[in-house]
Design a protein around this ligand. Structure first.
Ligand code: DX5
Ligand code: ZN
Length: 248
């Protein structure tokens, strides 16, 4: 692992390079880095989703320019075939979709490769599909748009599932980050933070902004105000403080 993932449950902003200038990717990442906790890398295979984007060679090239935690979102039908290549390229975490099945094997494979495993669910995939895997993964990603394209509108109806996942993480004391992805800006980051998300992916709201770092900072502030509505004086254990990794 190259990048530091930070503590479980802490608010993290993850700019999505999908909306950055692919012709000047290293510069775009460098520009946003001071305000970024993670870098979100959207991998699309033209099969699980209709679009085609980037693969391990681009991750490897970016790795030479950035020490950020690389959060690779694999929108792929057959990610198992590529996990080793992503690990070699310098990915820190990889997230596979629960809809493709074979989750147990994929999570084992990621652990063996030293990747932090994540599990993603589309907006219409229920909590019940994620539930059996919560104790196995480091990250749950609740998609707040149907994957495939940047620039879509946030789906507030997904917040019920975010609440369910947050409750399960906290009730069971799990060391799991809860990420939202799709249509995240200042307003929706606050909504998703209030529901229990702690990792906020944003593409167009950051890279479509004249000052991407300022947009990322603003999203982080909004997310924190959603997660911790009563501010830093909120009592320990109050909703919104996130979970700690259990001892041992
Ligand atoms: C969508 C991708 C997202 C995308 C988000 O399929 O998974 O990560 O980059 O873009 P915005 O923030 O523009 O919705
Ligand atoms: Zn994504």
């Amino acid at each position: 692992m190259v990048g530091d993932p930070g503590p479980f449950g802490a608010v993290k902003v993850a700019p999505s390079v999908l909306s950055a200038d692919f012709g000047a990717l290293a510069e775009a990442v460098g520009e946003v880095s001071p305000a970024a906790d993670w870098l979100h890398v959207d991998v699309m295979d033209g099969h699980f989703v209709p679009n085609l984007t980037i693969g391990p060679p681009v991750v490897e090239a970016l790795r030479r320019h950035s020490g950020l935690y690389f959060d690779c979102h694999l929108m792929m039908t057959n990610p198992g075939q590529y996990l080793e290549a992503f690990a070699r390229a310098g990915a820190d975490g990889c997230t596979v979709h629960v809809e493709i099945g074979g989750t147990d094997e994929l999570v084992d494979q990621m652990r063996q490769l030293g990747l932090r495993p994540g599990l993603a669910a589309n907006p219409d995939t229920p909590f019940a599909a994620l539930e059996p895997h919560l104790h196995q993964v480091d990250l749950v990603l609740c998609m707040t748009v149907f994957p495939g394209f940047g620039g879509q509108s946030f789906m507030p109806e997904v917040m019920d599932k975010v609440v369910e996942v947050r409750r399960a993480i906290d009730d069971r004391g799990l060391a799991v980050d809860l990420e939202v992805d799709g249509g995240i800006d200042e307003a929706t980051a606050q909504v998703a933070g209030r529901a229990g998300a702690n990792v906020f992916v944003a593409g167009s709201a950051i890279f479509g902004h004249r000052r991407p770092w300022a947009a990322a900072e603003a999203i982080g502030r909004a997310a924190r105000s959603g997660r911790e509505p009563s501010g830093p004086s909120a009592p320990v254990g109050a909703p919104g403080r996130g979970s700690e990794r259990p001892a041992g």
